[in-house]
Design a protein around this ligand. Structure first.
Ligand code: HEM
Length: 502
């Protein structure tokens, strides 16, 4: 056996013994009910490993608790299913996001001991002297909240993707994977807008590294001994970090979006060197910016094209927002422009399909650290040091959504009188995703351009790919495999296309 494998094996045996001999911390009667499992501590671990977030849906279906306790090795978890308790958690200060987020960043990015210390400092945001992590999250929220900076970012990304120049269709027809096609178009547009003309993702080798990273980074967060079990993702990460180190050393960020420049100032103000800033860029670039945007776009396009009626209705809506413009005279080929000022109000069906896509394919588990013993909703005691989990797929499939909640049915969004519950695909409360407008605007514009310009047929039929391999904690569950499609330029879609904002 390889020495690494021996170490892993011994670790596993040691953990197993420890879990068994460790006395059960007594459960207070006021704590949420404990789910009794056949093998204490380990059954939930196996449940998560095998079924990922769907394990929590199964437990909801079986027990129907508003909130319950799960015991994992060394960790007590309270899983919250009830919307009323979720709102209470979002209002309470002792339920902290940053503590968990920082530990995930550390595992994903592999920063130095010194940088870890800086990142973990002063997470509570109290007083003037706040820590790096707190300042960073504030910086991202400010940079991406509605206003002129995010408008400019979104417009740049949309302008870059709208002509679909990265898609060359030889003889106007292309056989490809749908996810591959979206990857090819979305990565350059979204990352160029953020990182500017020296964007490291312009290099195909860095895009390929991202592809390896996205398939394996779950192993960096949750895996036992990632150096053994997630080697590919680690190597890919290092290649991306190296590219960002070069980027910052050459001060290329000075030509990037305002967001990147602000984050760089925050890092340096807290004493981080370029080598560590480049490592932390993995969370901004690969996790926040790309990891949910690509699967989100995939599922939206999938649901539009796999249903002829949806496709035709979306086309009719988008058509209403398209104008022709001749720049010289009417004998030249016109350019067709998607008028963004009318887009939202004239495309209710497209927006309904997007909302339903987010509802059905979200895998988010909002996770909070309990900073002090707290009584929740005047009845449940939740104990300091525990973790609270709010599994979005549970919230998205309760009976408030109308008939057959697990089924994709965009009509839910068109037939309501505004009575549907709030989506949690972008989280909620103070940690509501700051990138939600950016991501949604870019993805919806991509879909609009697709329906106008392409016919897409699934080579072996529109069979929905599975998502079993998507890692625990994915915001949008990534399809396990790609879907082979034949893409053809529509007659009406030929020629030059662009967007117009005002
Ligand atoms: C379809 C695309 C996206 C989805 C589904 C998504 C989902 C989420 C969710 C569920 C959270 C909340 C986590 C929690 O409360 O536990 C979150 C937070 C966050 N998202 Fe997104 N996101 C998307 C795109 C983006 C983009 C494009 C960016 C950045 C450019 C971004 C940046 C962030 C950041 C920085 C946070 C942390 C917020 C905080 O700490 O307060 N996201 N996202």
């Amino acid at each position: 056996m390889e020495p690494n494998l021996v170490t892993a094996y011994l670790c596993l045996v040691a953990c197993f013994i420890l879990f068994y001999i460790r006395p059960h911390t007594p459960q207070n009667v006021r704590e949420p009910p404990l789910i009794a499992t056949p093998i204490p501590f380990l059954t939930p671990l196996f449940g998560f490993a095998k079924m990922k977030v769907k394990y929590l849906v199964e437990l909801r279906n079986k027990y129907q608790h508003a909130i319950y306790t799960l015991r994992l090795p060394f960790q007590k978890i309270y899983v919250v299913n009830s919307p009323q308790l979720i709102s209470a958690i979002e209002r309470f200060k002792p339920f902290r996001f940053l503590d968990i987020s920082v530990e995930a960043m550390i595992r994903i990015c592999g920063i130095s001991k010194e940088a870890r210390k800086i990142l973990r400092a002063k997470l509570d945001g109290v007083g003037d002297d706040v820590g790096l992590a707190y300042s960073l999250f504030k910086g991202v929220h400010n940079g991406l909240s509605q206003g002129k900076d995010v408008d400019s970012l979104t417009r740049t990304a949309i302008r870059l993707l709208a002509p679909l120049e990265h898609t060359s269709l030889p003889e106007r027809r292309l056989e490809t994977g749908l996810y591959d096609l979206i990857f090819l178009i979305l990565i350059p547009a979204t990352t160029d807008a953020v990182y500017g003309p020296f964007n490291p993702f312009r290099d195909p080798a860095i895009r390929d590294s991202y592809r390896v990273f996205e398939n394996g980074f779950g192993g960096l967060i949750f895996g036992l001994l990632p150096s053994l079990t997630a080697r590919g993702a680690l190597r890919a990460r290092d290649r991306i970090v190296f590219a960002f180190e070069k980027y910052y050393t050459n001060s290329y960020h000075l030509e990037a979006s305002q967001l990147i420049q602000s984050l760089f100032s925050i890092y340096t103000a807290h004493g981080l060197q370029v080598a560590e800033i480049a490592k932390l860029e993995i969370t901004t670039a690969c996790v926040a910016l790309l990891s949910n945007t690509l699967p989100g776009a995939f599922w939206l396009i999938y649901h539009i094209y796999s249903d002829q009626e949806i496709l035709e209705k979306c086309r009719a809506e988008v058509e209403e927002c398209v104008i022709r413009r001749y720049y010289d005279d009417e004998t030249t080929t016109p350019i067709r422009l998607l008028k963004m000022s009318q887009f939202k109000e004239k495309t209710p069906m497209l927006h309904a399909v997007w909302s339903e896509t987010l509802r059905v394919h979200s895998g988010t588990i909002s996770t909070r650290y309990v900073a002090s013993d707290t009584i929740l909703d005047s009845q449940y005691l939740v104990k300091k040091g525990s973790i609270v989990m709010i599994p979005t797929p549970v919230v998205h499939t309760d009976d408030r959504w109308g008939p057959n909640p697990p089924l994709f049915n965009h009509q839910r969004w068109l037939q309501t009188d505004g009575k549907l519950p709030a989506l949690r695909a972008f989280g909620g409360g103070s940690t509501l995703c700051p990138g939600r407008h950016y991501a949604s605007d870019v993805i919806l514009t991509l879909a609009a351009m697709f329906v106008m310009r392409f016919e897409i047929e699934a080579v072996d039929g529109w069979v929905e790919p599975d998502t079993r391999k998507a890692h625990l904690g994915s915001g949008v569950l990534k399809p396990d495999g790609d879907l082979d499609v034949a893409v053809k330029v529509r007659e009406k879609g030929e020629g030059r296309w662009d967007v117009e904002f005002d």
